[in-house]
Design a protein around this ligand. Structure first.
Ligand SMILES: [Zn+2]
Ligand SMILES: [Zn+2]
Length: 218
């Protein structure tokens, strides 16, 4: 299992990086990205601290730990600049908090994120076909999420990704220990969103490819 979208105490997660990564290793995870909620006020605080501990925690627990960020409720016109800054600060996985239908995310966030240097557009809500096509063209993964609320539009995201050729990844958006779900549950949620077994395996390969790319960027 790989989860490239999780939260620690540096934003609204319940656990510090050491415990989250330890629990992920104990749950059998092979890789995890720590992607706390960030905006212009805090990314210089969060990213270097996570980046400082990621490799040593990964070594200690026997899994890959990647420092990242989830740009969250950032005004669309600031997303590209903040994505660049996050990379400079050491983020290996850049996620942007997409237009979930359960929060008033600014319209235009999906588009601005897909035009920026990000890896994953999380919970993109009722993403348009045009935006899914940009994701496909730019090699940005769209997210199927196992998280309550955000997951309400998983079926739509799958349909848009399928019809426009965009890559999908499955993430847990883990905030608490109970969010570190099993591979079996992730598979069930993927099937519930309309993915086939083959498409589910493809999602896992996309996650693996992102991990490899992130490690190569070091
Ligand atoms: Zn989010
Ligand atoms: Zn999140």
């Amino acid at each position: 299992m790989i989860d490239l979208h999780t939260h620690t105490l540096f934003s609204d997660g319940e656990l510090i990086p050491a415990e989250l990564t330890r629990r992920a290793a104990a749950a059998g995870y092979r890789a995890i990205a720590l992607t706390d909620h960030g905006d212009a006020s805090n990314i210089d605080f969060i990213v270097p601290r996570i980046a400082r501990v990621a490799a040593s925690l990964g070594e200690a627990w026997g899994l890959t730990v990647l420092p990242g960020i989830e740009l969250t409720h950032v005004p669309p016109q600031q997303i590209a600049e903040l994505a660049r800054e996050a990379r400079k600060l050491g983020a290996r996985i850049v996620v942007c908090h997409g237009e979930t239908i359960v929060e008033p995310v600014a319209p235009g966030t999906n588009r601005a994120a897909l035009e920026a240097d990000i890896d994953i557009l999380s919970h993109p809500g009722l993403i348009s076909g045009a935006d899914a096509a940009i994701a496909a063209e730019r090699g940005i993964c769209l997210e199927i999420t196992t998280r309550k609320g955000h997951s309400l539009t998983n079926g739509h995201v799958v349909r848009m990704a399928q019809s426009h050729g965009a890559a999908l990844v499955i993430n847990n958006d883990c905030h608490a220990p109970g969010d570190l779900i099993s591979l079996a549950m992730a598979r069930n949620i993927a099937f519930g969103a309309g993915l086939s077994e083959r498409e589910f395996e493809l999602c896992r390969r996309h996650s693996e490819a992102l991990v490899k790319k992130a490690l190569a960027a070091k």
